[in-house]
Design a protein around this ligand. Structure first.
Ligand code: GTP
Ligand code: MG
Ligand code: ZN
Length: 255
């Protein structure tokens, strides 16, 4: 399945250019290549995930060797990933060099929102794939100048389901749940929450207006994801952001 990578570059102060790299052809899907036995099509998912895990291990080794803290941000569409990253680049990113790789099915809107002269950004357009995989991250990280970068944010495609299965080589998996989605989502989508190192309860500025029960949401998160650090925040009001930046600082590799 082909995917595209665009690297957003400032060519002069205030002028933003998107360089599109040639579409990357992934190996032809194996499913259907050999229709001789149903048994084979059932077994093929495992090798695909095993291959992904292998590339992810390479990404992780590469990021660690370069002392880059990689985070995989996962949520349902619109939970506030890009808004949080924009503000993080403007605040935390001023003193700690950050880069972003952002995945979307179609547009480069998020990369444009995130582009800053001080932060390299690449957009991965996945076409029909509803998640990022480790190969996409490897190629897009290669396309960026990561000199001096200490944090690489990977904004996954908005989806709470299959990103759970795809290790990208991240150090921390960060799952966002917004107050507009409802308190019960951790109970309905447990796999992604069970694999989280951090859960961010976002948009808490509108919790009261929505009648959102923050205590119940926190209890549901703790029930499904007791291993995860929980931070409640709002990228709009700024509440909780100091805790988010402190978490990032605490996980930085010593330079
Ligand atoms: N009230 C409030 N709105 C927010 C907050 N963060 C984001 N939003 C709004 O939520 C909407 C979606 O935010 P995005 O940052 O685009 O969400 P996203 O998770 O990147 O979305 P996708 O990339 O499409 O999955 C936008 O209208 C934001 O302005 C917040 O802290 N408070
Ligand atoms: Mg986004
Ligand atoms: Zn998917």
């Amino acid at each position: 399945m082909p995917f595209g990578i665009k690297v957003l570059r400032f060519v002069a102060p205030g002028i933003l250019r998107a360089n599109t790299l040639p579409a990357v052809e992934q190996p032809a899907p194996l499913v259907g290549a050999n229709v001789a036995a149903v048994r084979e099509t059932v077994d093929l998912r495992v090798p695909l995930l095993a291959k992904n895990d292998q590339i992810a291990a390479g990404n992780r080794a590469n990021f660690r060797a370069r002392k880059i803290l990689a985070l995989n941000l996962v949520s349902s569409p619109g939970a506030g990933k890009t808004t949080l990253l924009s503000r993080t680049l403007d605040e935390f990113g001023l003193t700690t060099k950050c880069a972003v790789v952002v995945g979307d099915l179609e547009t480069d809107n998020d990369a444009r929102r995130l582009a800053r002269p001080h932060a390299p950004v690449a957009q991965i357009t996945t076409g029909t794939a509803c998640h990022l995989d480790a190969g996409m991250v490897a190629k897009s990280a290669d396309s960026l100048d990561l000199t001096g970068v200490r944090v690489l944010f990977i904004e996954n495609v908005g989806n709470l389901v299959c990103p759970a299965e795809f290790d990208l080589g991240e150090e921390l998996r960060v799952v966002l749940l917004s107050t507009t989605e409802g308190e019960e989502k951790p109970l309905k989508y447990p796999p992604i929450f069970k694999t989280a190192h951090v859960v961010l309860l976002t948009k808490i500025d509108v919790a009261d207006a929505l009648g959102f029960d923050r205590a119940l949401a926190a209890e549901n998160i703790r029930r499904i994801a007791p291993q995860a650090k929980l931070i409640q925040l709002s990228a709009r009001s700024g509440e909780g952001l100091a805790e988010w930046y402190a978490l990032l600082s605490a996980h930085l590799f010593k330079s």
